[in-house]
Design a protein around this ligand. Structure first.
Ligand code: UTP
Length: 297
């Protein structure tokens, strides 16, 4: 039988402190890249990968996220009356089939692992995907789709992986590489935010995962680690200890860390330049800005 992944968890209950004060009232995932919130990019990627059930782990102050995926009857009626079919079409991408989306609360931000654990009853006993919306990946074939296709052959757990500069490895979950097959590695260990100089490789884990339900059981057993949080990395590493397969998948595409200010700005420039309707004007503006800056130096 073909291995399938139809459920995805979107942990969106973090505090987003790196974007304060904005995130005091605006969820990080609603922040906008060109004209779409981060969460829309994540949902589109999940849909392309064949995901049918979308599980959001939310928190207090995140109701804007729930509203975003609801119908907006007055707005739709106004646009229809004005003949704005293109905008109506754009709104359609935010609509979800009834029952396809579920929200569960994480009452306290106790870490990514804890957020995923909160969704355990909705996930049940099947493989599931996890998407972190603040990792935005521009790719010809969406990253999760690449992974789901690879997973059909491998089974086990799979994490998106990317080479990072050695000095940056301590900011990521890092893979200890057992076997390197080029586009994929088999991991023999995994460590979250290793102290500087101790990382087992420079192959970092990026926010896309395909996980077995056993990882949920592991989350029951592990203790808080890096940052005092319950780490998803530790529960996946536990899977390796128990003899399960964990693969790091070197995806094709460019990843932007939209959880950081610099990454968000870089993504805005890149996505702005990729847009046909904005490209020319935006490029001109950037060129002028840069030459003014250079002249002033
Ligand atoms: P981050 O590490 O980026 O944390 O979480 P954060 O709280 O969102 O942001 P900063 O570091 O304070 O600026 C990675 C992902 O895990 C989710 C976040 O919402 C984000 O999608 N997360 C994190 C939770 O859902 N719950 C948590 O307890 C922690």
């Amino acid at each position: 039988m073909k291995r399938r992944v139809t459920k995805a968890v979107f942990p969106v209950a973090g505090l987003g402190t790196r974007f304060l004060p904005a995130t005091k009232s605006v969820p990080k995932e609603i922040m906008t890249l060109v004209d779409r919130p981060l969460i829309q990019y994540a949902i589109d990627e999940a849909r392309a990968a064949g995901i049918k059930e979308f599980i959001f782990v939310t928190a207090r102050g995140k109701s804007a996220l729930e509203d975003y995926f609801d119908h907006a009857p007055e707005l739709e009626a106004t646009l229809r009356k004005a003949g704005k079919d293109d905008l109506l079409e754009a709104l359609k991408t935010t609509n979800m089939e009834s029952g396809a989306i579920a929200y569960i609360r994480q009452h306290k931000a106790m870490g990514l692992g804890h957020a995923v654990w909160c969704a355990r009853r909705l996930i049940g006993n099947e493989a599931f995907a996890v998407i972190l919306p603040d990792d935005v990946i521009a790719a010809e074939k969406p990253c999760l789709q690449q992974m789901v296709e690879a997973y059909e052959d491998t089974g086990g757990c799979m994490v998106a992986a990317m080479e990072v500069p050695v000095e940056k490895a301590s900011s990521y979950g890092v893979l200890d590489i057992g076997e390197d097959m080029g586009h994929m590695v088999r991991a023999r260990g995994m460590v979250e935010k290793p102290p500087v100089g101790t990382a087992p490789s420079n192959l970092a884990v990026i926010g896309r995962y395909i996980l077995t339900p056993r990882v949920l059981q592991n989350l029951n057993q592990i203790k808080p680690s890096a940052g005092g949080e319950l780490q998803l990395t530790d529960a996946i590493a536990e899977e390796i200890t128990k003899g399960g397969d964990v693969f790091g998948y070197r995806f094709r595409g460019e990843r932007f860390d939209c959880g950081s200010k610099a990454g968000f700005l870089q993504a805005t420039v890149s996505f702005g330049l990729a847009r046909e309707d904005l490209r020319d004007e935006f490029r001109l503006f950037l060129q002028e800005m840069l030459s003014v800056q250079q002249a002033a130096q």
